[in-house]
Design a protein around this ligand. Structure first.
Ligand code: GDP
Ligand code: MN
Length: 396
C-alpha cells in the first residue's frame, strides 16, 4: 500500500527526520489560509497523489503571492495528473499539501528498498538527487552508493556515517545525515514499510538536512498489525478494479489486456497468463480464487473480472485439489445466468469431481466452451476473442 507525501512526512518526523512545516488543503481558499499559518513567505503547493515525478506534470509549484497559491491550487485540484508512474489515465488530485519553501543548496537521493537477491534491506543513495533514480542510473551510474543492512543488527551508526561520507557531505553535516539515515531505517523496520524513498533529501542554505519529498510503500500482509498505517489508505488513488476485489477478499491484480482470468492457485494463475500471451492474447488480470472456492466465490470472481470494462472474453482454469470441479461449475453457471454473460467464456476443469463438473456445464445448455488442457483453453479463449473482435470490425 502506498501513502501520500504529507502522511509519509508525518511518519518521518516521528522518527527524527527533519521535514518542512506544512498543512493540508482541499480548496484554493484553504491553500492560501495554510500559507498564512506558515511563515507567510514563499510556499510550495504540492498535489497529493500516489506517484512521483509530480513536478514535471505541474503538480509542484513554488508560489510567492496569495494569487499564485490560489491559481496553482485551482489548476491542480480536480485535475488528473499523468506521470510515468500513473499510467495514461492519471491520478486525481483531491488534496494539496502547502509547505514552507526551502532554500536548496544540495539535492540528495536516498532510498531504502528490499533487495530480493540480497534478501535484505539495501540503502541506495546518490549525491545527484532531484532526478528519478532511473535517470541517475542512466546518466550518473558511478554516483550511486549501495549499502546492505544486516537484519540481525539493523542500521548501525558507523554504516550511516559511511554513507554520509560517500555523499561528500560537509563534515559539519555528518551527524545530522547519520540521524536522518537511521531514522528512515527505523521507520522502515518498525512500520513494516517495503520502501522508503526520500528524493530529494536536501541540504538547505542554512546548513540543515531536510526531507523535501517522501514516498513510502507498506507491506500489505503486515497491515493487520499496523492499524495506524491502514488509516492512511486512500482508495481513490488505487486501481478501482483491485479495490473492488480486495474488499471482497479476492487475490486480484489488474493488467492491461482483454482476456479475464479466473484461476485457482497463484502458480497456475501465472502460468495461465503466460499461456494466454503465447496464444496471442493479453490477460486483463491475475485472479486466484483460492482453495475450496464455493459457487458464491466463483460468482464474485466473475463480478470482479467483469468490473473491468476492457474484458472481452473470460478463461476459467481450475485444477481442483482442495477445490471441487462441481462447485466451480455451479458457480460458473450461476454467473453466466445471473450476470447475463454475453462475451466468450472458456472453462477448463481438471481434478476433484471433474466428471460431475463437466456434466453440469454440458447439461446447462449455456454457451460455454470447454477445454481439456491449459494450452487448448488458452488457444480457444484467444481464438474466440479474436473472432468476436473481427465480427465487430475491430483490430485484433
Ligand atoms: P516529485 O516531482 O513528485 O518528485 O515532487 P518533489 O517533491 O520531489 O518536487 C519536485 C522538485 O521540486 C524537487 O526535486 C525540487 O527540486 C523542487 N522543489 C520542491 N520543493 C521545493 C522547495 O521548497 N524549494 C525549492 N527551491 N525547490 C523545491
Ligand atoms: Mn521527488
Amino acid at each position: 500500500m502506498d501513502i501520500h507525501e504529507y502522511q509519509a512526512k508525518e511518519l518521518l518526523k516521528r522518527f527524527g527526520v527533519n521535514v518542512p512545516r506544512g498543512g493540508i488543503a482541499y480548496s484554493p481558499e484553504q491553500a492560501v489560509y495554510r500559507s498564512h499559518e506558515l511563515s507567510g513567505g514563499k510556499c510550495v503547493v504540492k498535489a497529493q497523489i500516489h506517484s512521483g515525478a509530480r513536478g514535471k506534470a505541474g503538480g509542484v509549484r513554488i508560489c510567492s503571492t496569495d494569487d499564485e497559491i490560489a491559481d496553482a491550487a485551482s489548476w491542480m485540484l480536480g485535475r488528473k495528473l499523468v506521470t510515468h508512474q500513473t499510467g495514461p489515465a492519471g491520478k486525481l488530485v483531491s488534496r494539496l499539501y502547502i509547505e514552507e519553501a526551502t532554500d536548496i543548496a544540495q539535492e540528495i537521493y536516498l532510498a531504502f528498498v528490499m533487495d530480493r537477491t540480497e534478501e535484505r534491506v539495501v540503502v541506495v543513495a546518490s549525491a545527484q538527487g532531484g532526478m528519478e533514480i532511473e535517470d541517475i542510473s542512466e546518466s550518473e551510474p558511478d554516483s550511486i552508493i549501495r549499502s546492505v543492512v544486516d537484519p540481525a543488527v539493523g542500521m548501525q551508526a558507523f554504516q550511516a556515517r559511511e554513507i554520509a561520507f560517500q555523499l561528500d557531505l560537509d563534515p559539519a553535516l555528518i551527524a545530522q545525515a547519520t540521524k536522518t539515515i537511521i531514522g528512515c531505517y527505523r521507520l522502515m523496520e518498525e512500520m513494516d514499510a517495503s520502501m522508503v524513498e526520500v528524493n530529494p533529501l536536501v541540504v538547505t542554505s542554512a546548513g540543515e538536512i531536510v526531507a523535501l519529498d517522501a514516498k513510502l510503500s507498506f507491506d500489505d500482509n503486515a497491515l493487520f498489525r499496523r492499524p495506524e498505517i491502514s488509516e492512511f489508505r486512500d482508495k481513490s488513488q488505487e486501481d478501482a478494479r483491485e479495490t473492488y476485489a480486495e474488499d471482497r477478499g479476492l487475490n486480484y491484480i489488474g493488467l492491461e489486456g482483454e482476456i479475464g482470468c479466473i484461476v485457482n492457485g497463484a502458480g497456475l494463475a501465472m502460468a495461465t497468463l503466460d499461456m494466454i500471451k503465447m496464444a496471442g492474447g493479453e490477460p486483463a488480470n491475475f485472479l486466484d480464487v483460492g482453495g475450496g472456492a464455493s459457487p458464491d466465490r466463483v460468482l464474485m470472481s466473475f463480478k470482479a473480472v467483469l468490473n473491468d470494462p476492457n474484458v472481452e472474453a473470460i478463461l476459467v482454469n481450475i485444477f481442483a485439489g482442495i477445490n471441487r470441479c462441481d462447485w466451480i461449475a455451479e458457480g460458473v453457471i450461476r454467473a453466466v445466468q445471473e450476470l447475463d454473460l454475453s462475451i466468450p467464456l472458456v472453462v477448463r476443469l481438471s481434478g476433484t469431481n471433474v466428471e460431475e463438473g463437466r456434466a453440469l456445464i454440458n447439461d446447462s445448455g449455456l454457451d460455454i466452451t470447454t477445454a481439456d488442457t491449459l494450452a487448448a483453453a488458452a488457444e480457444k479463449v484467444v481464438g474466440a476473442w479474436k473472432s468476436g473482435r473481427s465480427q465487430n470490425g475491430e483490430a485484433v
